[in-house]
Design a protein around this ligand. Structure first.
Ligand code: HEC
Ligand code: HEC
Ligand code: HEC
Ligand code: HEC
Ligand code: HEC
Ligand code: HEC
Ligand code: HEC
Length: 283
């Protein structure tokens, strides 16, 4: 017993964020070490411990009482319930600004407007919600270099589900330049929370993301214009095609390939799936 409790005491006295008595943290340290990783979580550093999220009584030693509904312990949250679970604090400006006066409180509302939230509402098992991107019990501030949301790691975060797109991006002229300048790879164009459906409208015209960095007439802008022409052509052909199921499938598959290839930002990478798709559409 001595061997087990001694390091625990050291660990608790070293932990700046904890309230004086935190039976949840203590018992879960001994039990499965969850508190060990949680010590590095941004919540623990801001006086939010286990009971802040899970409820229950963190002054009570008896686990049956500590984790009882009577003391406010909450049942497990479903995947679809997570955004509001986090939003209880993160959408509450008065609460959040006590800890960080400049913190934004619009993450849940932005997320609600996203293509990811639409997929979550449709019960897609792959739709990301807060903890799929930020983790659980290992959540870090964005400016922490090991946070998955740090600009240096966002490409890996998105690559968990969009692997082919991330590969194309990493090999593109943007891959190295964005990383070297501390620009976040994917969210620079797609936003972290309010991710919208992607179309060729992002390449040219009023909504284009390219024109924010590439002045009219530059090499980047000329490539963007050519990509827009190729992509909008195939988008229209896919909408209008009315042939056999096999033909439609070939058109759609090539459109999907071309949309991934856009991330290479070269005409050559996009032209071959677009040509194949256009040829199938004309059959
Ligand atoms: C004296 C030990 C003890 C204390 C105190 C304690 N727990 Fe637990 N907790 C456990 C055990 C044992 C389990 C069951 C573990 C398992 O099934 O893997 C558990 C399970 C949990 C679970 C998972 C529940 C589930 O449905 O899977 C959560 C969340 C949790 N505890 C949070 C807390 C919080 C918050 C507090 C403080 C309010 C707390 N615990 C206090 C021992 C404790
Ligand atoms: C910022 C909010 C937050 C804090 C703080 C937090 N948790 Fe959790 N915890 C979650 C979420 C979200 C889940 C996953 C959904 C669920 O099980 O309800 C979870 C899941 C768990 C589980 C089930 C794990 C599993 O693998 O199935 C346990 C046990 C648990 N937490 C214990 C703790 C303990 C102990 C602490 C403090 C050391 C703690 N939590 C702090 C949000 C939090
Ligand atoms: C698809 C991945 C993803 C999802 C889902 C996600 N986040 Fe984020 N989050 C990020 C990224 C990336 C950043 C870093 C800023 C950026 O690049 O936009 C971030 C930043 C944050 C920040 C720091 C402040 C800010 O707004 O930049 C908070 C707080 C946060 N997220 C909370 C949440 C909550 C709460 C949810 C659920 C409603 C959520 N996030 C869902 C990826 C995600
Ligand atoms: C009990 C209140 C509470 C809950 C619930 C909560 N948080 Fe937090 N969160 C905070 C506080 C307080 C901070 C620290 C202040 C800050 O950094 O803005 C914080 C900080 C963060 C940060 C770091 C923001 C930054 O500065 O870069 C992220 C990311 C984050 N939380 C995500 C989540 C996610 C995901 C959930 C749901 C699983 C969640 N939080 C649930 C209170 C909460
Ligand atoms: C856990 C898996 C997962 C993660 C992580 C993830 N996504 Fe997604 N993403 C999805 C799913 C599921 C869809 C909806 C696909 C659909 O409707 O066909 C989607 C859709 C999208 C779309 C719209 C695609 C379209 O066809 O219009 C974009 C853009 C996008 N995600 C960008 C991102 C970015 C940027 C990140 C990282 C910040 C990210 N995703 C992280 C699963 C994920
Ligand atoms: C320079 C801006 C830019 C960057 C950076 C960027 N995208 Fe895109 N993304 C686009 C454009 C433009 C489209 C739409 C192409 C079309 O449909 O014509 C798109 C389409 C998508 C799609 C739908 C097609 C597909 O690839 O499945 C997803 C998902 C996506 N992006 C995710 C990501 C991820 C993940 C990253 C980071 C690895 C990323 N994007 C980086 C501009 C960008
Ligand atoms: C956040 C700024 C940013 C955005 C948005 C952006 N780019 Fe770039 N792009 C760069 C930078 C920086 C370089 C490297 C330029 C250099 O080294 O001179 C680059 C390079 C390129 C190049 C290689 C040719 C050149 O100019 O060096 C092409 C092509 C390109 N971008 C196309 C695009 C397209 C298409 C989009 C929209 C989908 C886009 N870019 C969006 C910043 C951006």
């Amino acid at each position: 017993m001595r061997i087990k409790t001694f390091p625990l005491i050291l660990l608790l006295s070293a932990a700046g964020g904890a309230a004086d008595k935190d039976t949840c943290f203590e018992c879960h340290t001994v039990m499965e070490g969850m508190s060990q990783v949680f010590q590095d979580d941004v919540h623990y550093h801001n006086q939010q411990s286990c009971a802040s999220c899970h409820g229950g009584d963190s002054k009570e030693e008896d686990q049956n009482l500590s984790m009882s509904a009577g003391r406010g312990f909450k049942v497990r949250v479903t995947r679809a319930g997570v955004p509001d679970y986090c939003g209880r604090c993160h959408s509450d400006a008065a609460f959040m600004h006590k800890y960080n006066p400049r913190q934004r409180v619009d993450q849940v509302s932005l997320y609600r407007s996203s293509v990811h939230a639409v997929a979550l509402a449709a019960n897609s098992p792959h739709a990301p919600q807060c903890v799929d991107c930020h983790g659980i019990h290992t959540i870090r501030a964005v400016d922490d270099p090991v946070s998955p949301a740090n600009p240096a790691h966002v490409v890996e975060m998105c690559a968990k589900c969009h692997a082919g797109t991330a590969e194309a991006f990493k090999k593109s002229p943007h891959g190295k330049v964005f990383a070297a300048n501390g620009m976040s790879g994917c969210t620079t164009c797609h936003a972290g929370h309010a991710t919208q459906p992607a179309t060729s409208a992002m390449l040219s015209g009023a909504k284009a993301s390219c024109s924010g960095c590439h002045a009219a007439g530059s090499a980047g802008a000329r490539t963007a214009a050519e990509l827009a022409r190729l992509m909008s052509g195939l988008e229209a052909a896919a909408r209008e095609a009315n042939g056999s199921e096999a033909q439609l499938k070939t058109v759609r598959d090539n459109l999907a390939k071309a949309r991934v290839a856009v991330h290479a930002v070269t005409v050559a990478a996009v032209k071959s799936p677009v040509d194949a798709g256009m040829a199938a559409a004309k059959q």
